[in-house]
Design a protein around this ligand. Structure first.
Ligand code: NAP
Ligand code: NAG
Ligand code: NAG
Length: 335
């Protein structure tokens, strides 16, 4: 009886402390400013990257866009200029065409050139990436490598160049785009999930390295997001992958970008959208950096319960896979 009372007391104290921390962190939350600063967005010509570029420009940042296709870069530059014009800003947009999955020297050159015209990069958002969803035995070596080259190595090498000048400035923000598919391995995503999981551990390690230099690191975990890239990957996506990933809903690039910017500017390590995103990032927090009292407390109290809910999700995902398997078997029999 005595012990039970003790337990309840402890629980109440914890809850009280949690509520207090929540309130103070909410009231004292500081967010960084990007007005007049240099923001470089890779993959800035399309989808989430373009939305990030637009919103950063609307906040007064000088924006550099990086991607390969020059025509799409030109169009994106015009779109961002339009946004700046609308809010009456004096900031600028430039672009560079570079294959981030290619020559590392070209990446270094690009960063130098970009900094020459807009000054040292204050914020880097690594949005360039792609997903080629195919079954394990159907994916070609080139398709496996491209995803690793762009999603992982591209983000690694661009950030490596940028961190050098950030350390000299003693300030900076680096954002990586992982995916909910980087937190759990999904059917059809053997190569993609691996490339996006690699991004998370790189970010965790980098966070620890650059913290003394006043540089923050954020990882964004978008659910399915309505972008040109998403339309493209849906053309080849296995039906199982489609049915499973649909469970988390479809979000707009603008919403994902808005959340990403808000979280990055307030120094939050993980950024996501939607309830499934919240559940997965909370449950998979593991040894990730603790960057806010609110997210720390939700992790402490919700990891266990969310793991229970995950059993239901996994059961559902596995029954989708089983059903499609049985369909294939029976259609083969009837041939
Ligand atoms: N959409 C989703 O559902 C979703 C969900 C989770 C995570 N994500 C991630 O979010 C990021 C953005 O996705 P999105 O859907 O917005 O994609 P998107 O519309 O296809 O845009 C991708 C951007 O990256 C650029 N890019 C691709 N390969 C490149 C390369 N080798 N070198 C330089 N730039 C390259 C593209 O331009 P060029 O082709 O001209 O180079 C384009 O600007 C990706 O990392 C993606 O994996 C997306
Ligand atoms: C960056 O943007 C500001 C306006 O926000 C502008 O005054 C400044 O000249 C720009 N810097 C460069 C190098 O273009
Ligand atoms: C850290 O960076 C922020 C901007 O991101 C700046 O306002 C602040 O002065 C920097 N702190 C130190 C100690 O340099």
């Amino acid at each position: 009886m005595m012990e039970l009372c003790c337990l309840i007391d402890c629980g109440l104290v914890c809850l009280g402390l949690g509520a207090l921390c929540f309130l103070t962190s909410y009231l004292t939350r500081k967010t960084k400013e990007i007005r007049g600063k240099h923001v470089l967005v890779t993959g800035g010509s399309s989808g989430i990257g373009l939305s990030v570029a637009q919103q950063a420009a609307a906040k007064g940042a000088n924006v550099t866009l990086v991607a390969r296709n020059v025509k799409r870069l030109e169009e994106a530059q015009m779109a961002v200029e339009k946004t700046i014009h609308k809010v009456g800003g004096a900031n600028k947009v430039q672009y560079y065409s570079v294959d981030l999955g290619g020559d590392v020297n070209a990446i270094g050159e690009m960063v130098k050139e970009a900094e020459k015209s807009f000054g040292p990069i204050y914020m880097l958002v690594n949005c360039a990436g792609l997903s080629i969803p195919l079954k394990f035995e159907d994916i070609s070596p080139a398709q496996v490598k491209t995803q690793m080259d762009v999603n992982f190595f591209g983000s690694f090498f661009v950030s490596q160049e940028v961190v050098k000048s950030m350390k000299q400035q003693n300030e900076g923000i680096i954002v990586f785009i992982s995916s909910l598919g980087g937190l759990l391995g999904l059917y059809g995503f053997t190569a993609y999930s691996a490339s996006k999981a690699a991004v998370i551990k790189m970010a965790e390690a980098l966070h620890m390295e650059v913290k003394p230099y006043n540089i923050s690191v954020t990882v964004s975990f978008p659910p399915d997001t309505d972008t040109p890239g998403f339309v493209e990957e849906n053309k080849i996506k296995p039906v199982e992958t489609k049915l499973i990933s649909e469970a988390a809903g479809l979000f707009s690039a603008d919403d994902v970008a808005k959340k990403l910017l808000a979280d990055a500017l307030s120094g939050e390590f993980m950024s996501t959208s939607g309830i499934d995103g919240f559940m997965l990032t909370t449950m998979c927090a593991g040894m990730s950096p603790i960057t806010s009292i609110t997210s720390f407390f939700s992790q402490v109290f919700l990891m266990g319960p969310f793991r229970v809910i995950s059993a239901f999700y996994l059961w559902q995902f596995n029954s989708i896979v089983k059903k499609e398997y049985q369909k294939r078997v029976s259609s083969k029999k009837s041939e």
